[in-house]
Design a protein around this ligand. Structure first.
Ligand code: PEP
Ligand code: MG
Length: 311
């Protein structure tokens, strides 16, 4: 039998019966983007813009932002790039955005919530992204982190479209957003599931706490069922639903996610080849069967085993 390492991939994300599932990379800098494309990514599924400015003590000048974005888009001509607006707070505080101390930062004013207080900072970032996108051949879309409701998604979509960005989405990483998948998809063009935070909030288990790692296992049936709701809503409404959490980097889980209706997977670049190869090995109907098998199990170990047996 072939091991993951032995597998080959031709660089086009699709199942054995040619159903497209984009295989994309998560990046945090221009250098990351260049390395990701060199490693075979079809594009960028998550550009964590806050990583460009972790050392900044004040809001980066629009020209500085524009340059960082343009440099990141440059290697991606003709390819999709999904830019996430600043996701500040909790584990990634930005001194110019986040309040000094909150009793519970993971549940505090973070992600898009910061923008409700300071929409001017969001608008300047959206303008810089739109301006940088205009210069490159990259197919740029934008999404907001930590969206909890359809109203928040609609609020963001309006501002992003006003800035001239045509493809607008939000991340689904809070369980309430997964439960309102249809209403959120109605407000935007696509969603991307952040399984790292979605697991953290669904299981009330801090993702940074090693002792709780078993609850943050992406094979938890409780997490898979939330992803299934999103995949079904995406199929019903004909809108893309991606996954950009670490779950997307697991080659066995990648097929299961495709079977749940996920249309793109974005991951750490070292996983691209193994995931691309795993997707190409089976037709979508087989992945759907594996997904149904995993969903019906009661724990991660059984879910993994059921998927493996179905494939
Ligand atoms: C996630 O939460 O799954 C995600 C992709 O975003 P981040 O890891 O940057 O919080
Ligand atoms: Mg997140």
């Amino acid at each position: 039998s072939t091991t993951v390492r032995d597998r080959e991939w031709d660089g086009v994300g699709r199942t054995a019966d040619d159903q497209p599932v984009k295989v994309l990379a998560n990046v945090g800098s221009p250098a990351d983007a260049e390395a990701a494309i060199a490693a075979g990514a079809e594009g960028i599924g998550l550009f964590r813009t806050e990583f460009c400015f972790l050392a900044a003590t004040s809001e980066p000048d629009p020209h500085v932002q524009r340059a960082a974005y343009a440099e990141t888009f440059a290697p991606c001509a003709g390819r999709p790039v999904v830019v996430r607006t600043l996701d500040a707070g909790a584990d990634k505080p930005l001194p110019f955005l986040n309040a000094a101390a909150e009793p519970n930062p993971a549940l505090g004013v973070r992600g898009i919530r910061v923008a409700f207080d300071r929409p001017d900072i969001l608008d300047r970032q959206l303008d810089a992204i739109a301006s940088a996108a205009g210069d490159t051949g990259a197919d740029v879309s934008v999404m907001a982190p930590m969206v909890a409701t359809a109203d928040e998604a609609a609020w963001f979509a309006e501002r992003a479209r006003a800035a001239g960005l045509r493809r607008v989405g939000v991340m689904v990483e809070i369980p309430s957003a997964a439960l309102c998948a249809a209403e959120i998809l109605d407000a935007v063009d696509f969603v991307s599931v952040g399984t790292n935070d979605l697991a953290q909030y669904a299981f009330a288990a801090d993702r940074m706490t090693g002792a709780l790692a078993a609850l943050n296992d992406p094979w938890q049936p409780g997490l898979l069922r939330l992803v299934a709701m999103l995949g079904s809503a995406g199929r019903e409404l004909g809108k893309p639903v991606g996954v950009c959490g670490e779950a997307a980097a697991d080659p066995l889980l990648a097929g299961v996610l495709a079977g749940l209706g996920i249309t793109s997977l974005s991951m750490v670049p070292t996983a691209l080849t193994a995931v691309g190869a795993a997707l190409s090995e089976q037709p979508l109907a087989r992945f759907e069967r594996a997904a149904r098998a995993a969903l019906g199990e009661r724990d991660p170990l059984r879910a993994r085993r059921a998927a493996r047996e179905a494939l």
